[in-house]
Design a protein around this ligand. Structure first.
Ligand code: PRP
Ligand code: MN
Ligand code: MG
Length: 183
């Protein structure tokens, strides 16, 4: 285990079981449809890779880069689009792929935007859901694991851009950020 991680919350093995389960559900629910998987970079990166392999449908894969945590451990509430989609989504069934829904700022902003652009439907699949963090109400349709209000990193999730490459999701030792956040 990485020295800055105090506890592993979702192991590599559990992540694979989650991807399998969610992939099967989506394959079933979107039978005869060909949805667009829209990954929100950068956090979605490993989840998109593992989950998409478990979806047995004809799918498009596209990305947007959005950010609300400009470093630090709390959402700024200001969701910036740093890179937009490169394909039209008008009349398409969109499935947003996220690593985590926390305050809801990111997902609510992007769902509204894609509906406004004329998507036929917009759902979300998220590896993690932290309902206690919510500032805007949103209930994601496909959830891998519900987690408590802890700051977690790994498998796409970062603190100051680090730890995304850990193969599991773990609780970041508060020692790592308390010094910096109070400085
Ligand atoms: C993180 C995470 C989600 C979002 C969730 O992204 O990947 O996209 O925050 O938090 P929210 O529900 O409070 O909006 P971040 O803005 O850190 O960008 P990143 O994916 O590039 O790390
Ligand atoms: Mn993100
Ligand atoms: Mg981040």
């Amino acid at each position: 285990m990485h020295k800055d991680i105090s506890e592993i919350l979702v192991s590599e093995k559990e992540i694979q079981i989650i991807c399998d389960k969610l992939g099967k559900q989506i394959t079933h629910d979107y039978k005869d449809k060909s949805p667009i998987l829209v990954g929100l970079l950068k956090g979605c990166m490993p989840f998109m890779s593992d989950l998409s392999k478990k979806i047995e449908l004809k799918v498009d894969i596209a990305y947007m880069s959005v950010s609300s945590y400009h470093g630090g451990i709390s959402s700024s509430g200001d969701v910036k689009i740093k890179m937009d989609l490169d394909i039209p989504i008008t009349n398409r069934n969109v499935i947003i792929v996220e690593d985590i829904v926390d305050t809801g700022n990111t997902i609510v902003t992007i769902v509204e935007l894609l509906m406004h652009r004329g998507a036929k439907s917009v759902e979300i699949v998220t590896l993690l859901d932290k309902p206690e963090g919510r500032l805007k109400p949103y209930v994601p349709k496909y959830v891998g694991r519900t987690i408590p209000k802890e700051f977690v990193v790994g498998y796409g999730l970062d603190y100051d851009e680090y730890y995304r490459n850990l193969p599991y999701v773990g609780i970041l030792n508060p020692k790592v950020y308390t010094k910096k956040e109070s400085a």
